[in-house]
Every structure is written in structure tokens, then in C-alpha cells.
Design a protein around this ligand. Structure first.
Ligand code: G3P
Ligand code: MG
Length: 226
């Protein structure tokens, strides 16, 4: 079973920073990072479009040039919001990268940044258009992300798997709440050939249960839960 560090490993260092990736690298098989486009066009690694939670600054990543982003500090640290290209340079050989695309419209730039990167790369997204674009341009493994919210809408695993199939995904990334009471769905997804990586696993007991269910990977904020 693979251990995938969520936002690097967000409980061990400021999320999605170069420090988070460097710290997680010797404890995990893969790091998960959130990617979006900033105001001057570069791809940067940051979860929220709004800057406030992470940096205390006003404004949006999508409207802020990288020249300003790089001057901001993640609250309580010396870390900044990194360029995707810079962060990838910190990932050691043998550690995979799960690039989560936060929106569509990044495929061409993503592929340019990945040129020459030898690490295993898995591209995931909640956004079907983002995965479709990558699938049209490259032969990278894709993962469809889906979460508990779908339950409320009366659409859950069946819906998630149908979309993953349609997008020709190699993997599905369901939220932990969709898996705990649904071992049959995990089994069905695996029987169909999907890799099943579950996010975000915060407790060792949950990690053990998911392991018993046969999931392929756990996306964790702290490598110690596995
Ligand atoms: O990729 C798994 C997980 O990161 C998806 O949710 O909001 O933490 O990016 P979020
Ligand atoms: Mg993410």
C-alpha cells in the first residue's frame, strides 16, 4: 500500500511548500500537491485561491503576479508559495508526485513543466475538464477525485466510477467518508482495474481498516498514521 503525503505532509510542515515536500520525501511513496495558475501565468503550488488563510494577505492567487506571491510568507514560517517547477526540483528520485489540478486550463503548461521530470506523476482533479485536457495532450495516468458531498446529492460511487471510466482514469481518489462504510465499493472499483487512493486519512485505526479493505494508497497529513 502506498503512502501519499497530503499537501506534502501538512501536519509536518507548512502545506504545499518546498519544506513540506523535502520533509515528507523520506517517509512517503508520493507527495500530493495542489496546483493552480497565478496572476502572471505561472503554475504555483497552493490550495486556496484566496491568500488569506495561508498568508494573511488580501487578494487571490489568480489575480496576483508571482513577483508578489514570492514575497509573501506562509503564516508562522519562512516558507513561500512555490512555483511548481521549483517544488518539483526538490522531489527526490523514486518519490512520486500526485499533481492535483485545482482548475482547468493548465494542461499545456503542466506538460511543459513536467518535461524532463523523471519522477512518477499522477494527475488528479475534481474538475473533469482539467483531466480531459491532460488526457488529450499526454499519456499520463489520471485520477478522478470525488467526495462525500456527492452522497448528499444522491450520487456517490456509481457516479464517481462512471466519470472515471469516461475520462479513462487509471485511479479513483474517493474521500475517506465514502470508503469507511463501503468496502464493497472499494472492491468493485479495484475489480474494475482502478487504483483506489483514499483521502485524507487522519487516524491509524482508519488507516488499518482501509488497508484491510485493500485500498491501494492512503493520502495522509502525517506519515505516522500509517
Ligand atoms: O487530493 C486529495 C485531496 O487533496 C483533495 O482535497 O481540498 O485537500 O485538495 P483538497
Ligand atoms: Mg489536494
Amino acid at each position: 500500500m502506498q503512502v501519499i503525503g497530503h499537501r506534502g505532509c501538512a501536519d509536518r510542515a507548512p502545506e504545499n511548500t518546498r519544506l513540506a515536500v523535502r520533509r515528507a520525501a523520506s517517509h512517503v511513496d508520493m507527495v500530493e500537491i495542489d496546483v493552480r495558475r497565478c496572476g502572471s501565468g505561472e503554475l504555483v503550488v497552493v490550495h486556496d485561491d484566496r491568500l488569506r488563510r495561508l498568508t494573511g494577505a488580501r487578494g487571490r492567487v489568480s489575480e496576483t503576479p508571482y513577483s508578489r506571491l514570492r514575497s509573501l510568507r506562509v503564516l508562522g514560517s519562512e516558507q513561500s508559495i512555490p512555483l511548481l517547477a521549483d517544488l518539483l526540483a526538490d522531489v527526490p528520485d523514486g518519490v512520486g508526485v500526485n499533481v492535483e489540478l485545482k482548475h482547468a486550463g493548465m494542461a499545456a503548461d503542466l506538460l511543459a513543466v513536467l518535461d524532463g521530470v523523471d519522477n512518477e506523476v499522477l494527475v488528479s482533479s475534481f474538475e473533469r475538464a482539467a483531466l480531459r485536457e491532460v488526457g488529450e495532450h499526454a499519456d499520463l495516468p489520471l485520477a478522478f477525485l470525488f467526495h462525500q458531498e456527492l452522497k448528499r446529492l444522491g450520487r456517490d460511487w456509481r457516479h464517481g466510477l462512471a466519470r472515471a471510466r469516461h475520462l479513462d482514469c487509471a485511479a479513483v481518489h474517493p474521500s475517506v467518508g465514502l470508503c469507511e462504510d463501503a468496502p464493497e465499493h472499494v472492491a468493485a472499483a479495484r475489480d474494475e482495474g482502478f487504483t483506489v487512493n483514499v483521502w485524507t486519512v487522519k487516524r491509524s485505526a482508519t488507516a488499518r481498516r482501509l488497508h484491510e479493505m485493500g485500498v491501494d494508497g492512503l493520502i495522509v497529513d502525517d506519515w505516522a498514521v500509517v
